[in-house]
Write a protein that binds this ligand. Sequence first.
Ligand code: NAD
Length: 504
Amino acid sequence: TTETHGAPAAGSGGAQSAEAAGAAAGSRNYPELRLLIDGAWSAGAGGRTEPVLDPATGAVLGHVPLAEAADLDRALAAADRGWRVWRDLPIEQRTGVLRKAAGLIHARAEEIGRAMTLEEGKPLTESVGEAHRAAGQLEWYAEEARRAYGRIIPSGPGEELSVVRVSCGPVAAFVPWNFPAGGPMRKIAAALAAGCSIIIKPSEETPASSVLMAECFQQAGLPAGVLNLVFGVPAEVSAHLIPSPVIQHVAFTGSIPVGKLLAGLAAAVMKPTTMELGGHAPVVVCEDTDPVAAAKACARGKYANSGQVCTSPSRFYVHESHYDAFVEAFVAASEAVRVGNGLDEGVAMGPMANARRREAVHELVEDARKRGARVLIGGELPDGPGFYYPPTVLVDVPEDARILHEEPFGPVAPILRFTDLDDALERANALPYGLAAYGFTDRAAVADKLVRGFEAGILSINHCGGSVPQAPSGGFKESGHGREGGAEGLDGYLVTKRVSHKLA
Ligand code: NAD
């Protein structure tokens, strides 16, 4: 059956029924999974693989090959060579390759989106949209590559003092499963625009989107070794790549504990890092706003990607004068969310991406319930296959409930009250997270107070805004450091050189 999966020959099996389901899934065009090293696709030196599951059914979609140390060494050598070729290409040529790859990704967005829905669960329209947005990110960075400006600093006659910014070298990048196209592209686009090469390890749970995008880069004429795509045992891969003298920058998106681990590995060899970690975004709904409109906007934001978004609104502080109206509208909006297989038309929320996540979310809900919270809707594990969890609204949540301290990363909304705005801001800022924050108010002065007061790197006022290529995203406090997107997104991949030139 390994051929049916399109998996490498030494595929590790799984239960018979899962194999049969995998064969069925294979016919739904889940692509062949391979490593891309030095411009060539391979199955990995050791033949180890891991099954990839469809979260809507639990069926095996395919098998992802896992890299061995020998594969990683080849990737390191290739990235070193690829960087030297890529950084020295004329900027027009680099920009041209990146734009061509973006065009190919746009053209294959339906195919990438379908693979993404199969492996991650989000509704097909979201997946296809994400593939287009990933291409848009690449288009934007292809142009930003031309603007990696240095500067001239005034100095005496007969000498010139300047600052130049050049690519830092090969990058090691690690990205999670929640945005299988957008996550990897944020790192690939900025690193390649800066003139770096990259070894990227997307999540083994959602490998196909990256494989298809990497094919587009290949087809666009990216030189060998500039983009290397590996999968593996995450801790093995990071422990091998980060200390290598080839790697000059480490970029990670994922949980805070893993971020700290990788930042520690990088610190031991004095390497700079970009860390895009978890969040627990507060929402402050003020007394001078329409609570029903705010609740509708918040519910849309909350249930996007089943709440598995680092910037997902996750603690709702509502002014007491609006509390009942907000809760009622939020529950109504939650009821209206059609949950189902992301491939089915009209589905607004798919399953959770994996069984682990669903369990973790349910534990947080159970903990809150035990401590006295009321579950107004949802909160029960559904029967049947797949990793579904329903839209869930909690009220009367005590302050010591775990869900008010730990990132929920799921479709759960704890709604709390406040009377005084300063108090709400204090509660909003009380956690070690500082990624996103949301405010709803009709008064500019209140919005200004929120913007200044929130300790977070991504702020939205009167809506739940998403990321765009031209603006930076990133966190404060334990949510990480460095920025992705915007001109700032190039910073991590460039080194600054001071040049003083005595003119002959
Ligand atoms: P996790 O902490 O086990 O893994 C997070 C990611 O890091 C995964 O992609 C995993 O493959 C990778 N990883 C784990 N150990 C690694 C290592 N030693 N070296 C390199 N990579 C490693 O958590 P999970 O169960 O996959 O996700 C749960 C939590 O992760 C969520 O609660 C959320 O906090 C966080 N998360 C954050 C984002 C984000 O966008 N910031 C995305 C996904 C998950």
